[in-house]
Design a protein around this ligand. Sequence first.
Ligand code: UDP
Length: 372
Amino acid sequence: MKKILIVGAGFSGAVIANTLAKTGKYSIDVIDERNHIGGNCHTERDPETNVMVHQYGPHIFHTSNEKVWQYVNSFGVFRPFVNRVKSIYMGQVYSLPINLHTINQFYGKAFGPEEAKNWIKSKGDSSIDDPKTFEDQAKKFVGEELYKAFFYGYTKKQWGTEPRNLPASILKRLPVRFNYDDNYYNDIYQGIPEEGYSAIIQKMLDHPNIKIQLEKRFLGESDQSSEYDHIFYTGPIDAYFSFRHGRLGYRTVYFKEHRTEGDFQGNPVINYADEKVPYTRVHEHKHFTPWESHPKTIYFEEYSKETDENDIPYYPKRLDEDMKILKAYELEVSRLSNVTFLGRLATYRYLDMHHIIEEALDCAEKFINKQS
Ligand code: UDP
């Protein structure tokens, strides 16, 4: 049997481990420096309230890829869940993503879809041809007023920089709709696992050929490489090379926890668009499992900041200076034949869970085919 090391027990690592193990041809060690599996998707029941808490912030599974949806559903029950987000701006509650309700409320109108389209078109900056930045993307497609209200303050808090420094791709994640559909995502499938994400990932890793070691740190490029036929690395790409070309920029988030009786905000996620409110959003986790009932509640204010050495990296910033550093690391990666880099941190991309799973399935299948 070929010996495989997988660094990181998040979705990337678990999908690789699971796919390889099922062939019966590999003996797989999975290591993770944390004391739990699941990476940033880790979920755990809070002992006091019994609410399933998304320990590293809200994770709602959505995909339009049938294969990915079938795959995740083979490890546990996903309950239907539609993410409906609200945003508070200057003392009023609006519906996100920007939809007909948001537009009508914001402008005090009762437009139909066509009128709203024309109105927003007249607000958009038509002199911007090919928007490259977050700011230009917003100004072109929703206009200055909606941009300032819903995106400018939130994005400055979230990313710690002016939105003109950020790529348009960040804003392209969010739809703008001229109807009353307030589903945050456009995907065909959406849901939340009944028993949380860690139970799904545990099931992926449940195989006699997979051994998991927690609280085990990978020490960089020379670590254990001679013991294994192949390594799948899902940690930060710059850490693998001991930061020798510099550190890549990430934003991290941290949470202030609160508890109370009953229902605190009546919705899973409420964003705070005003720049002067120090947090970006508040998440109340019992609303991620509307099929459960809990008399008490736990909720978190989410704050964003630069990532220091000991912080967990969350969002790759991908500013110009980061992309130069990334190129130097990617060149080194291209020279390695027995290490595969995958996932959000190892490829330094803003990927969702469904992207991660799709790429990991593809990567594992290619690896297996190459070997046989
Ligand atoms: N965003 C914003 N206002 C909001 C929500 C999102 O300006 O109320 C911007 C922000 O820059 C964010 C990006 O849109 O980083 C993508 O939002 P998404 O909800 O996809 O972020 P995630 O859930 O990954 O944190």
